[in-house]
Design a protein around this ligand. Structure first.
Ligand SMILES: Nc1nc2c(c(=O)[nH]1)N[C@H]1C(S)=C(S)[C@@H](COP(=O)(O)OP(=O)(O)OC[C@H]3O[C@@H](n4cnc5c(=O)[nH]c(N)nc54)[C@H](O)[C@@H]3O)O[C@H]1N2
Ligand SMILES: Nc1nc2c(c(=O)[nH]1)N[C@H]1C(S)=C(S)[C@@H](COP(=O)(O)OP(=O)(O)OC[C@H]3O[C@@H](n4cnc5c(=O)[nH]c(N)nc54)[C@H](O)[C@@H]3O)O[C@H]1N2
Ligand SMILES: [Mo]
Length: 700
């Protein structure tokens, strides 16, 4: 099991090392990294990989620029100035580890106990080794509070589980066989670009491609049609489509009878959603709703790509659930290219228990990561128990990405909070740390990856030596555990051992996905046909084995057991007083060149740009806003500024602030999350980033 060495500095010939893109994106590309004299000189997409197809995105094409950036953290840093001042001095690893171990032990042994320690991580890397193994073991054994990792996908994940049984769906490689493609609440060209060649092939084969999005994104611009729906109203649209489909007999009665639960009740429910009513909720003209329903109903294999942007509203779970009913109504699941896809992730059956060792953790409390502001500012962390006294952040930049950032910052500013941040760069969060520890990038460590947009496992081999004194997260937690006197053998496994443990699975779908296969080829498809057509003959992993239009589990959760339209918290007609002051809905979805808040500090991607706010011409005129003017976006939670762009690529009543900016690289040191709330979605306790009323006005 000797791990092959990385190319040495004195190795004369260039060598190509296979890797995986680590970023939070459905595409999880297989990469080829060229190394010359110990330095990475080129990164490219693996041309042999069926989904990567040899190209990388705008961001990861710059991965070497990011890796060798002059601002990379290369030594531990100790805070020397006041909290948040960004004043640090270099320290040796021994000093840093000793100080952190002593403080964490002191908190764990105090009357507050280990529950006063909170890990905070998300998907800075999606790798299982650097994101969900040694770290989890460490905090489990320590008995720290558990973090509920809800910030992205939980509403939709639960919505899918309640309906089709798991967060799985149609295979993108079936797309060329589709006769209709709905890109519904997803900016494919930005957020999932490797799906695009498949969409294009469907189009070449005659499929109509329709984008449903309040913003005419670069993706919508490339589609045959753009339907500019009001934010948070998608469930109503889907029910309106079902209304027409049932009324006109376009449903697949055989599929409904064999493979679904509650078809009669769904039909009754859909009857309530007349095109006229749906038009008034969604802001889409009646005839377009009818047309969409008919096109969908008459198609044989429509591919509905939804993504997580859609579910960042109060009713996000219900929206996903309702859309997920469509292919069972029309029987599109029968055919390759038909169905719905939010994620493919539930197909991956890594040995999660072996990776994370949940049994090592005593029962404790769960803290929702989207309520970090509350957790850091309440004496019982908002959930009962001790206050949070130590925060250990890795793979995340909560100061910039968590909602209601003003409350998050009040928490991070607490003098009695001990904050440790493992990072590549001095982020907005790292500025508040007591200790900053330099972490390796994907070029410098081992990892193994699942994906949420395709069906391949990818191995990442280190291509270069760690920069400076950077260390992998896994190694940092191993070292910290040793300093703290934690002797459990699970805290000593090396990274390659962890990869092997992750693959130790008896699941059919993982058959053939072995360490040796990954070492030989870099990636391996799950043991599934191409394309995978999961529900052609039912077999839904729900309690009933059917697609559940009626869900008893949802009834037990106190939710409507049938699909329904759940309005946003900040739906203007339901909150007239708030809407009078803050009439515009702010969507702060990703900017094309950024990956959440990653890459914002890469100059070639930021290109001296400033945060922008896109405003519809009529909304701009009413406020005296002209193109290029500096504007303030605000509500009762906070404000940020940007440069106005005026154009009809947003629907009236909606503004778009492409995100997620580093606060310190923004003109007034604030980004869109100054205005977002810590409220939770109907299912899964997820965030409601785009359920957010604001006003926009000229800056002075
Ligand atoms: N370049 C780039 N790629 C990324 C990311 C990134 O930051 N940058 N982030 C990654 C991550 S973490 C994720 S979760 C995925 C997200 O992937 P997507 O969901 O595709 O991305 P978003 O841009 O968040 O949202 C997509 C679209 O949803 C629209 N939208 C917002 N509200 C509604 C609504 O109520 N209804 C409808 N129909 N549409 C709505 C927005 O206008 C936006 O254009 O992308 C991943 N890929
Ligand atoms: N307003 C608004 N807010 C949002 C969203 C939005 O659309 N609008 N999107 C939300 C979504 S979908 C998501 S997923 C979250 C994302 O939130 P995060 O998961 O916090 O994502 P990033 O902002 O990319 O921050 C990841 C950090 O991890 C670091 N990192 C990467 N690899 C490693 C590593 O190997 N080791 C260590 N120690 N650090 C590493 C990177 O340098 C980076 O600073 O943001 C959410 N916040
Ligand atoms: Mo996300």
């Amino acid at each position: 099991m000797a791990a092959p060495t990385i190319p040495a500095v004195d190795e004369p010939a260039p060598r190509v090392i296979r890797g995986a893109c680590p970023h939070d994106c459905p595409d999880t590309c297989a990469t080829l990294v060229t190394v010359e004299h110990g330095r990475a000189t080129r990164i490219q997409g693996d041309p042999g990989h069926p989904f990567t197809q040899g190209f990388l995105c705008a961001k990861v094409n710059r991965y070497l620029e990011r890796t060798y950036h002059r601002d990379r953290l290369t030594t531990p840093l100790r805070r020397v100035g006041p909290k948040g001042s960004g004043q640090f001095e270099r320290a040796a690893w021994d000093e840093a580890l000793d100080a952190i171990a002593a403080r964490l032990n002191a908190i764990a042994q105090s009357s507050d106990g280990p529950q006063a320690i909170l890990p905070y991580s998300y998907a800075g890397t999606m790798g299982l080794v650097q994101g969900a193994s040694m770290d989890r073991r460490f905090f489990n054994l320590l008995g720290a509070s558990q973090l509920d990792r809800t910030i992205c996908s939980m509403a939709g994940t639960v919505g899918m589980k309640m309906t089709i049984g798991a967060n799985t769906g149609a295979d993108g490689e079936g797309l060329p066989q589709s006769d209709l493609v709905l890109l519904w609440g997803t900016n494919t060209l930005t957020a999932n670009p490797h799906l695009w060649p498949f969409v294009r092939r469907a189009h070449e084969n005659g499929a109509r491609v329709i984008a449903i999005d309040p913003i005419r994104t670069r993706t919508a611009d490339q589609c045959d049609e753009w339907i500019g729906i009001r934010p948070g109203t998608d469930a109503a649209l889907a029910l309106g489509m079902m209304h027409v489909i049932f009324a006109e007999g376009l449903q697949d009665d055989d599929y409904l009878a064999r493979y679904t639960l509650g078809a009669a009740e769904l039909r009754e429910r859909a009857r309530e959603y007349t095109p006229a009513r749906v038009a008034s909720i969604t802001g889409i003209a009646e005839d377009r709703i009818m047309d969409l329903a008919r096109v969908y109903g008459r198609a044989k294999a429509a591919f509905v790509r939804i993504n997580y942007g859609l579910q960042r509203h109060a009713g996000g779970g219900m929206a996903v659930r309702t859309i997920a009913c469509l292919p069972a109504v029309t029987g599109h699941w029968r055919r390759a290219g038909g169905g719905v896809q939010l994620s493919t992730s539930a197909n991956f059956q890594f040995n999660k228990k072996a990776l994370e060792r949940p049994e090592l953790s005593p029962p404790g409390r769960l803290i929702n990561m989207i309520r970090l502001g509350e957790a850091l500012t309440r004496s019982d962390a908002g959930v009962g128990g001790p206050p949070v006294k130590a925060l250990v952040v890795y793979n995340s930049n909560p100061a910039a990405v968590a909602p209601d950032s003003n409350e998050v910052l009040r928490g991070l500013a607490r003098e009695d909070l001990f904050t440790v941040v493992l990072e590549h760069f001095q982020t907005d969060t790292a500025d508040w740390a007591d200790w900053v520890l330099p972490a390796t990038t994907q070029l410098e460590h081992w990892d193994v990856h699942y994906a949420y947009g395709h069906l391949y496992v990818t191995l990442n081999r280190p291509a270069i030596a760690p920069l400076g004194e950077a260390k992998p997260n896994s190694e940092i937690f191993r070292l910290l555990a040793a300093r703290m006197g934690m002797k459990h053998p699970a805290l000593q496994d090396d990274d390659v051992t962890i990869i092997r443990q992750s693959l130790d699975s008896t699941h059919e779908k993982m058959k053939g996905v072995t360490f040796d296969a990954l070492m030989a080829n870099g990636w391996a498809r799950l043991n599934l046909p191409v394309p995978y057509v999961p529900f052609a003959e039912g077999g839904f992993p729900t309690p009933s084995g059917k697609c559940e239009f009626v869900s008893e589990r949802m009834r037990e959760m106190g939710l409507d057991p049938l699909p329904a339209f759940t309005p946003p918290y900040e739906f203007p007609e339901n909150v007239p007083e708030l809407a009078a002051r803050f009439p515009l809905t702010l969507i702060s979805s990703p900017r094309h060149q950024f990956l959440n808040s990653t890459f914002v500090n890469v100059e070639s991607l930021r290109r001296n740009a400033e945060p922008e706010v896109l405003v519809h011409p009529r909304d701009a005129a009413r406020r005296g806003i002209a193109e290029g003017m500096r504007v303030v976006v605000e509500n009762d939670r906070g404000h940020f500024t940007g440069v106005a762009k005026v154009g009809d690529a947003v629907r009236e009543g909606v503004v778009w602030a492409p995100s997620i900016w580093w606060m310190k690289l923004s003109p007034d040191h604030a980004n869109a999350n100054a205005t977002t709330s810590q409220r939770e979605t109907d299912m899964g306790h997820g965030p409601v980033f785009y359920d957010n009323l604001v006003e926009v006005s000229p800056a002075d």
